[in-house]
Design a protein around this ligand. Sequence first.
Ligand code: FMN
Length: 375
Amino acid sequence: MVLKRTRFAVVDKSPVARIIEARKSRHLDICLEEDVASTLDTGFGRVRLRHEALPECALEDVETAIEFLGHRLAAPLVISSMTGGTERARAINDNLAIAAQAAGVALALGSQRAALEDVALLPTYRVRDVAPNVVLFANIGAVQLNYGVTVDDTRRIVESIGANALYLHLNPLQEALQPRGDTNFRSLLPRIAAVCRALDVPVIAKSVGSGISVRTAARLLDAGVAAIDIAGAGGTSWARVEGRRAGDPTREALAETFADWGYPTAEATEALRLAIPHAVIVASGGIRTGVEIAKAIAVGANVAAAGLPFLEPATRSAEAVSETIDVMIAGYRIALFVSGCRNASDLPGARYSRGSDATVTVVPSSATSKASTVV
Ligand SMILES: Cc1cc2nc3c(=O)[nH]c(=O)nc-3n(C[C@H](O)[C@H](O)[C@H](O)COP(=O)(O)O)c2cc1C
């Protein structure tokens, strides 16, 4: 598939581009107006961090910055892939990009398939015009490699927006629930490996709200993928989104049977960290607060990502997105402070389980041993 540059000025869109545009627009409406949450929870409610009553540092001593795939982020946060391909999406992407750059967090764009189908839609992804320095990730569905998208196309979508990495999303459930979805996932792994070999930027593999098993993550990493974004269950359910979009009670009922499908984000993140200690992991799917970012890192993530919480603010303004980011980062900073952590690398050691304090041996100091009772 070749980008048809001559079509920049052409008003008529290709039929496929029209279909994609209509679909992306419906996705925005549904995610903004309806309940699309998974009926599973993320599992972060069962992860506890210790409370440190004597942190022995000031709140401002806490270091929130981290490094992710060679880029410094002011906090371990990526705005997840959401949109592109429509005028409304362009405004949303601009607001997300301006706010992400201001906060020093990363932004992933929505699937760029629409721009491959019709280059006239490319500006809806070109956020470097408004945020030249934002850490930016491109996005395309991996299954499109079986539907005409070439390795050169993946290079083009990266270069056309000046991206720092490429997200390949893996969405078999979503495709299977869509009318005429792209369900041929045969022999994709070698094609993913070819993309990883050809690109000058890292490739990140992600799910879209169902998670990624350890076995699949291992195969993807072997294929050359640089990082795994869990995009687990507990947040936006794409089964539910596609069910709502179907506009047909039978299809919606079918989709609803998958509303609790997938690996909860916390569990999948922890399992992957235990199985593959060196893996670079993005925890996403249902991350809504700074406390959950801290918990995600405590169970093994390098960085966290979230989509839906930023969508509605992005329909209003960059300032509204900035406020949402700032609240999350403030919560993350406070969570580190009150769990006695100076930075992200302290977090795995701050996990707490009922009774875990009982294993700590209290050795009386000379001062306490002089006291009549030691509690
Ligand atoms: C409106 C909307 C559009 C999305 N479009 C894409 C997409 O184009 N590509 C992709 O990889 N993920 C897409 N996603 C999935 C998100 O990147 C993310 O994996 C998922 O929503 C789970 O995260 P959350 O619970 O924080 O929303 C979209 C999500 C939303 C809410």
